[in-house]
Design a protein around this ligand. Structure first.
Ligand SMILES: [Zn+2]
Length: 324
């Protein structure tokens, strides 16, 4: 992964230069990923270029270590809050699960927002700070930005470091209303989407959390079905997902010759093994590499079937797993 140099390293003084376009609101986002290799603005840029945009949608990206990286130039309008981009600045913290945001990120987002506020108050503008969740049905930015920034109910900084109001709850989804399942959504709808995507050939961990991997799988599915490629699940995408796949991809031969599979093995036979273990409750990445996690899953499976738990997939384990 490229390591983009920080515009402002963690703890550095922030000299924020306001752009000449008029700005009234700063929006807070998260990357919807906790994957370490995604912890860089260059990765966000790739994701956004993949969507056909001309640059990353955010102006600033804050890594887990609290370094602030520059995204698109702040002179440009962001592409971050559909329908609410004009007059805004967009800041993204790398993260998805609330417990995985770091104190360094909180310190840096507070420092950056304070610098933005101060720069604008010099221009007679009182900057407002809002979460993406306030203008969408998403939970983005996930962390309690009101508390971190000390915001009042309207989104203005109070200078009070103490907790202010509870985080806003996303607007309830009307039953029977239009379907819109996308980034940072979580829950049983997402579980269904992930399960259906897997049935159509994706290899997602079914964790009920809609992150970048799920969005990528949705985009691939939409492309394949000739649907608008949005990365979010709308009515049409959901209907298409619920149809059984045209062709169930047949599993590749498990071993290519009836051999034994053990730690260190690679290839389609290992993928078939990982899928078979996942179908029985394991949570393996189907990468075709028989590593320690796969071995543990084999041992657990062998124990559950009264087979000798040696982590080696021989004829008995294979037949118990339904593998050839
Ligand atoms: Zn967002």
């Amino acid at each position: 992964m490229k390591k983009t140099p920080a515009k402002w390293a963690y703890g550095a003084a922030i000299q924020f230069q306001p752009p000449s376009r008029s700005v009234h609101t700063t929006f807070l986002h998260c990357s919807a990923s906790d994957v370490a290799s995604h912890d860089d603005v260059s990765v966000m840029r790739e994701w956004h270029l993949d969507r056909g945009w001309d640059d990353v949608g955010y102006h600033y990206f804050i890594t887990k270590q609290g370094n602030i990286q520059e995204g698109r130039p702040v002179s440009k309008v962001p592409a971050a809050q559909g329908g609410n981009n004009t007059g805004t600045i967009a800041i993204c913290c790398h993260g998805l699960l609330i417990e995985k945001f770091t104190q360094q990120q909180y310190t840096s987002v507070r420092a950056l927002c304070t610098a933005i506020r101060d720069a604008y108050s010099g221009k007679g503008v009182t900057m407002r700070f809002r979460g993406h969740c306030e203008v969408s049905s998403k939970t983005c930015p996930v962390y309690n930005y009101r508390q971190v920034l000390g915001l009042d109910a309207q989104g203005y900084m109070t200078g009070n470091p103490n907790p202010v109001p509870a985080p806003p709850t996303p607007p309830p989804k009307t039953p029977g209303g239009p379907v819109d399942i996308g980034m940072t959504d979580s829950g049983k709808e997402v579980v269904e989407v992930q399960t259906l995507l897997n049935r159509h050939g994706a290899d997602l961990t079914v964790d009920g959390k809609f992150g970048q991997k799920t969005a990528a799988a949705v985009r691939a599915f939409q492309e394949q079905k000739g649907l608008p490629v949005t990365g979010s699940v709308d009515d049409k995408t959901l209907a298409a997902l619920r149809k059984p796949p045209a062709q169930v991809p047949s599993a590749p031969p498990a071993t290519g010759g009836g051999g034994v599979l053990k730690e260190g093995a690679k290839g389609p036979a290992v993928q078939a093994l990982q899928r078979a273990l996942n179908a029985r409750g394991a949570k393996l990445t189907v990468d075709g590499h028989f590593g320690p996690n796969t071995k543990t899953a084999v041992i657990n499976f062998q124990r559950s079937r009264g087979l000798s738990p040696d982590g080696i997939v021989g004829p008995k384990t294979k037949s118990a797993l339904g593998l050839r």
